[in-house]
Design a protein around this ligand. Structure first.
Ligand code: SUG
Length: 442
């Protein structure tokens, strides 16, 4: 049987608030605050544990190695690693902030994934996202690609493509702008690709805030993955300008169900009709639960940035941030979903550390639908059980700081601390030599 496995981003030791993402309201609002990487990582692990507790398979993707001293060397900085960090800080604190980001934790942006049932060659296809819209995120794709190729290495079951070329025409943010409607995870589904703009046909009403995903990138991914069907839908520019920098801030799908805010798409009636028609040949009718709460409530609570999960008994559950409980209209929407039988359960989690950078439950995970045989060949070092969660908790407690701000990145001990932690993590995961600092002497 095919089930969906969630690969959460393990929050890295450099988690911080640098206000790097224009258009992401939480990131801008929290710029310069002191972060708590230890709490952030533990909050993420609590969520992973809870999803496992629902009877679902859970994996993780390790943090990237930051500060990225190698990147600074390419910009002409020289000296020891610590000299370089201090020089970069002196030259431009924003440059240092960009190379220190822990943004790889939001693994919904790691890749777009097409399950085997949708692809011509019957393999699971991955395209690591190039994330070229934001300088700090454009540094992620190389290591993400390497990681995915080691975790999903069996080419009989998996194809990990190169990221799309780093060309402004092809801005790609991965699964955050990708939905899939299906009868069940093992049946052929309808992949719904969302874009913010058509790079080659700019329009008068393109949003003010960055529209990160281009139509051209979604066409390329669908074609590289060998999909036989796909829908290509534009985000409402008004949603982007209200703070929905990714579609998963205002929309979530699972199996035959789609929950979304009425502002997410320009013409929701037409969209529902279009998707219903496209699902007809697949033998099911999608269910839609459209919300009309103020868009500001949807974005501040992140109610749609939840994980909509199929439970082993076929019912659905929502994993939500605790912000929803503090936003009456968002909470009422969820209560109605339960009363109407759309979902059976709602579970709320304190994810404040990630949320303060605009990353909710859905941002923190990459969904991969896997058949039984494919599950067996996933690299086991990143697949979790209760003992694995405990081990990671112990590792976080041992190595992570509980407060961090920009000036800490030039603390001469910091880089060694991070490298020691990540070196140990590669042993825990049995992924030796994963990081650049383990491969080249700097
Ligand atoms: O790309 N925030 C991330 C949040 C990504 C959320 N992911 C999904 N919606 N799937 C971003 O804007 C903020 C980093 C900072 O400001 O320090 C940041 O990168």
């Amino acid at each position: 049987m095919t089930v969906e496995m969630n690969f959460d981003g393990l929050v890295g030791p450099t988690h911080n608030y640098a206000g790097l993402s224009r258009g992401n309201i939480a990131s801008s609002v929290h710029k310069g605050r002191v972060s708590n990487p230890r709490a952030a990582a533990l909050q993420g692990l609590d969520k992973m544990e809870a999803v496992m507790g629902l009877g679902l398979s859970q994996g993780f993707l390790p943090p990237h190695d930051a500060p990225r001293v190698g990147f600074l060397r390419k910009l002409g900085f020289t000296g020891t690693d610590n000299d370089i960090l201090a020089l970069a800080h002196h030259a431009n604190p924003a440059l240092l902030a960009n190379v220190c980001s822990a943004s790889s934790m939001w693994t919904a942006n790691a890749a777009t994934v097409s399950p085997a049932a949708d692809t011509r060659d019957g393999r699971v296809h991955f395209t690591p996202a190039n994330l070229l819209s934001m300088p700090h995120r454009a540094m992620e794709h190389e290591l993400t690609t390497r990681m995915l190729r080691r975790i999903f290495s069996n080419e009989r079951y998996f194809a990990v493509h190169d990221p799309l070329p780093m060309n402004p025409m092809l801005g790609d943010e991965g699964a955050a702008n990708h939905n899939r409607l299906c009868k069940d995870h093992g049946s052929e589904g309808l992949e719904v690709f969302i874009h913010g703009r058509a790079a080659l046909s700019p329009s008068e009403n393109d949003p003010r805030f960055p529209a990160r995903q281009t139509l051209e990138s979604t066409h390329a991914i669908a074609s590289n993955h060998g999909l036989t069907r796909g829908q290509f839908i534009r985000q409402n520019p008004a949603a982007i300008d209200a703070g929905a920098f990714h579609n998963d801030v205002v929309c979530v799908t699972n199996a035959d169900t789609m929950l979304y805010h009425e502002t997410a798409f320009e013409n929701p009636d037409a969209l529902e009709e279009q998707l219903t028609r496209a699902c007809e040949p697949l033998g099911f009718t999608p269910r839609f639960a459209r919300a009309d709460m103020p868009i500001g409530d949807a974005i501040s609570s992140y109610v749609f940035n939840s994980q909509l999960l199929s439970l082993p008994d076929g019912d659905m559950a929502l994993i939500l941030p605790s912000h929803v409980e503090e936003t009456p209209l968002a909470k009422t929407y969820v209560d109605h979903l339960i009363a109407d039988g759309v979902i059976r359960q709602a579970h709320y989690f304190d994810l404040k550390q990630s949320m303060s950078n605009g990353g909710g439950p859905a941002c923190l995970r990459l969904r991969v639908a896997l058949g039984k045989k494919a599950r067996r060949v996933v690299h086991s070092g990143v697949v979790l059980d209760a003992a694995g969660i405990e081990r990671l908790r112990g590792w976080v407690r041992e190595h992570y700081r509980d407060r961090l701000e920009l000036k800490d990145f030039v603390d001469p001990d910091f880089l060694t601390e991070v490298h020691t932690a990540l070196d140990e993590l590669t042993q825990i995961m049995d992924l030796p030599g994963l990081y650049d600092f383990q491969r080249t002497a700097t």
